[in-house]
Design a protein around this ligand. Structure first.
Ligand SMILES: O=C(O)[C@H](O)[C@@H](O)[C@H](O)[C@H](O)COP(=O)(O)O
Length: 300
């Protein structure tokens, strides 16, 4: 774990990225199971689940102690569980139904409730699980300390269902909040708030797609200033031995690879918490340039 802190990794393609992500998740799971006898993990929606699909294959299928997994959602759309838009359905179809997770340890929202009700209900359930330490607790607040929260990022810089300039990004009291005006459809969702996200032992940000390149450039450009984009507000505040890691993987796709270049899409993993790492990241990009890729992102 500690060794991951500060890594800048450039992947040759989505497959390599997916393998690295699966290794990372397996390792965080192992550590949590050894230390606490349980692994609490929160998922998001979007492309994340398909990027996690290596977990359904050997060796992970057999080596991970799935019986210790407790699965939550960092954000969920308020739709029936069998609806195409449901993050639960996405994860169930793409991952949970393919691995031996215990159904009673999969904590989906109550889809019969309104957004407000579902958020309150989810927070209530989470509080019980923190009491019994199925989910660990922060040492500096009463917040849950998830072993791992997996986040994607939208092209506008949103994470979970925390959108740029939305008042929910400043929510300090609630663990789980409802949103009824999500700019990304569907409009009604529930989401972890920043106090919960940033209390996690590990956050993995999994960002793929050329449409993320511009916002990443912005996030890097604003690194020295207080972050205004939700993606910049993801800063885990506590953890043990390297467990503050922010693991990010980015596909800059066409930003880096001209159409005529047969090289596969480069994927980059980095920890953006430390400015020195940003330099390292830029150096990685320069190396890619040397190797014949075109970088047309203007890095500060
Ligand atoms: O339910 C959701 O909409 C998500 O949780 C959301 O936060 C998602 O993770 C990002 O929008 C990235 O989605 P992509 O990876 O598909 O771009």
């Amino acid at each position: 774990m500690a060794s991951k802190r500060g890594d800048v990794r450039v992947f040759e393609g989505l497959q390599e990225l997916a393998t690295s992500l699966a290794d990372y998740i397996a390792e965080v799971s192992d550590v949590a199971v050894k230390e606490r006898g349980a692994f609490s993990v929160a998922l998001s929606g979007g492309s994340l689940i398909s990027t996690m699909s290596k977990l359904c294959e050997p060796p992970y299928l057999k080596t991970i102690d799935w019986s210790k997994w407790h699965v939550f959602w960092a954000d969920e759309r308020v739709v029936p569980r069998n609806h195409q838009d449901s993050n639960y359905k996405l994860a169930k179809d793409g991952l949970l139904s393919k691995v031996p997770i215990i159904p009673g340890q999969v904590y989906s929202i109550n889809d019969a409730m309104s957004a407000d009700g579902a958020a309150e209900d989810y927070e209530f359930g989470l509080r019980q699980l923190v009491k019994t330490r199925i989910v660990d607790v922060s040492t500096s607040s009463d917040c849950p300390r998830f072993d791992l929260i997996l986040l994607g990022m939208g092209p506008d810089g949103h994470v979970a269902s925390l959108f740029p300039s939305h008042p929910l990004t400043h929510e300090k009291e609630k663990w789980i909040a409802s949103i009824k005006d999500s700019p990304k459809p569907p409009p009604e969702r529930i989401t972890f708030t920043f106090p919960v996200l940033n209390s996690a032992a590990n956050i993995a940000m999994v960002l793929t797609g050329a449409n993320k390149a511009d916002v990443l450039e912005k996030a890097f450009g604003d690194l020295q200033a207080p972050g205004v984009l939700p993606v910049q507000m993801v800063f885990p505040t506590e953890g043990s031995l390297g467990s503050f890691d922010t693991y990010a993987s980015i596909s800059l796709a066409n930003k880096l690879v001209p159409a005529t270049n047969t090289r596969r899409i480069p994927q980059v993993a980095f920890n953006y918490k430390t400015p020195a790492l940003v330099d390292s990241f830029k150096n990685s990009l320069r190396e890619l340039q040397v190797e014949g890729c075109v970088v047309d992102v203007a890095w500060p």
